[in-house]
Design a protein around this ligand. Structure first.
Ligand code: RUB
Length: 306
């Protein structure tokens, strides 16, 4: 019964699906499919099925609050509804999933619209890893007639930077790929740093691909404005109540397949950039200060805190 969910979770775990948005979209679709496939007789079992799927998907990648918020929201819709008939519950999940994905799409459009205005013509933009929210923003900015140049890190160990540069070349953007450790060397050539986010904490700190906080340090030293481009639903409400955002640690094999015996290899997937290094968060509500994250999330998505 949970096969479609297990397949989706495996794709997420193996990074066949990459980036917080795509992870959330895949998880939402898996929940929608599961609801259709579930053969249960009552609402209690229906909710139990959704809850099991939630646990599997949540554990596929630890640092993905957008996925968690998405699934939580769909389950809340089922819980608070008066519907008890399972056939109608399937339709409810389907409607809720589509609504969530539509809202996510709206956020992406809005961020692109806002970000485009902030990017000056003939800017050199520095980025790290692959964020679909950023590549979409750069696509829109180019379509609006902004001439851009991009510097992108290759992003060890899994080279997500290659995905970014391929997309940029297709758009005709002049693109330079550098090794991660060349960030300082090239920072003075950039007008703006744009990075994505996997999680935003209640204190306004941002968790993104490993290396992001180092780039933030370098940007600060070089006085290059550093912006995070992120949907508000990457906010993790649990951090407000004391929890730390967990940092996923991946297999050492991603770094060195046949490494010498006894060697310790650490492979955290993400790191934390303190809010002091962030000029602003470009989100669907505008360019906001990391300090105001709770207030803005509360205004737009108060259900997140329930
Ligand atoms: C991807 C990454 C991205 C964010 C934002 O890490 O850190 O910057 O997920 O991406 P990984 P998006 O490759 O390990 O998933 O803007 O697409 O949500």
């Amino acid at each position: 019964m949970l096969k479609s969910v297990q397949i989706a979770a495996e794709k997420i775990r193996k990074l066949e699906v990459q980036g917080a948005r795509n992870v959330a979209i895949t998880a939402v679709r898996a929940i929608e499919t599961l609801a259709k496939e579930m053969k249960v007789k009552n609402k209690k079992d229906f909710l139990k099925g959704l809850s099991n799927a939630k646990d599997i998907l949540f554990s596929s990648r630890e640092t993905e609050p957008l996925m968690r918020n998405a699934i939580r929201w769909i389950i809340i819709q089922v819980e608070k509804s008066d519907i008890t008939n399972t056939k109608d519950l399937v339709s409810l999940v389907s409607l809720a999933s589509q609504k969530f994905l539509k809202e996510l799409e709206y956020s992406k459009e809005k961020i692109a619209e806002i970000g485009t205005k902030r990017i000056r013509n003939n800017s050199v933009i520095f980025t790290h890893c692959h964020s679909s929210t950023i590549t979409y923003l750069l696509k829109k900015a180019t379509q609006k007639g902004k001439s851009l140049e991009l510097i992108c890190t290759e992003t060890r160990p899994l080279f997500q930077g290659r995905k970014t540069v391929k997309e940029m070349l297709k758009l005709g953007i002049k693109t330079t790929l550098i090794v991660d450790s060349a960030a300082r060397f090239f920072m003075n050539k950039a007008d703006l740093v744009l990075v994505g986010a996997d999680a935003i904490t209640s204190e306004g700190n941002v968790i993104n691909k490993i290396g992001t906080s180092m780039i933030a340090l370098v940007a600060k030293e070089a006085r290059t404005p550093f912006y995070v481009v992120s949907e508000l639903l990457k906010f993790d409400p649990a951090t407000m109540y004391g929890d730390y955002e967990k940092i996923e640690e991946r297999s050492p094999k991603e770094i060195w397949k046949k490494h010498p015996k006894g060697l310790i290899i650490r492979n955290p997937a993400f790191d934390v950039t303190r809010r002091d290094y962030i000029h602003g968060i470009m989100c669907e509500e505008g360019i906001i200060s990391p300090h105001s994250i709770i207030e803005v999330v509360h205004r737009k998505y108060s259900w997140v805190f329930k």
